[in-house]
Design a protein around this ligand. Structure first.
Ligand SMILES: [Mg+2]
Length: 173
């Protein structure tokens, strides 16, 4: 008899935040008022969610270590983002962020360290071969590689994510 419980997806889209989800002005996004979701992001996430991918945010927030903003500011931004994604049928499954910056201390969680991705894989029972990392910096791709996720897509900062919507769909296993 087959299980009455649906098999949880072992596939996921791992997403950098600034420059991928929201407009990155090149410095930090320090508060909710500065947080602007880029065009096509929500529709693209919805397409991936419908296709069975989990959606997981993996973001460095070294501005916290620098004292530019605090955990509360990040929480407010992420609460807003979660609401927008849920409303769009693209609920985020998890958010990992690293508040560290090398000027103030080392952490394995800060990208290109792989700890956030390793935690995401373990917590959600993901298959690294069925995960994709989208980022706008080399360290985004490197942090995933370090955790065994070889499918990395380096995008242009602030580019419409819809340009890349087919990449995980066309190459999925
Ligand atoms: Mg970025």
């Amino acid at each position: 008899m087959s299980s009455p419980f649906p098999t949880p997806s072992r596939a996921a889209i791992l997403l950098d935040r600034d420059g991928v989800i929201n407009h990155d002005p090149g410095d930090y996004t320090t508060c909710l008022e500065e947080f602007q979701i880029l065009p096509t992001v929500l529709a693209t996430l919805q397409t991936w969610k419908k296709a069975g991918f989990k959606l997981i945010l993996i973001t460095n927030q070294g501005g916290i270590a620098k004292g530019r903003y605090d955990h509360d500011a990040v929480d407010r931004i992420h609460a807003h983002l979660k609401e927008c994604c849920s409303d769009a049928g693209a609920a985020l499954d998890d958010i990992f962020y690293s508040p560290h910056h090398p000027d103030f201390g080392q952490s394995l969680s800060r990208k290109p360290g792989s700890l956030m991705v390793e935690r995401a894989l373990a917590r959600h029972g993901l298959d690294p071969d069925r995960c994709w990392m989208f980022g706008d910096k080399a360290r985004d791709i490197d942090c995933a590689l370090g955790a065994g996720v070889k499918n990395g897509v380096l995008i242009e900062p602030n580019a419409p994510l819809s340009q890349y919507v087919q990449v995980p769909l066309a190459n999925r296993r």
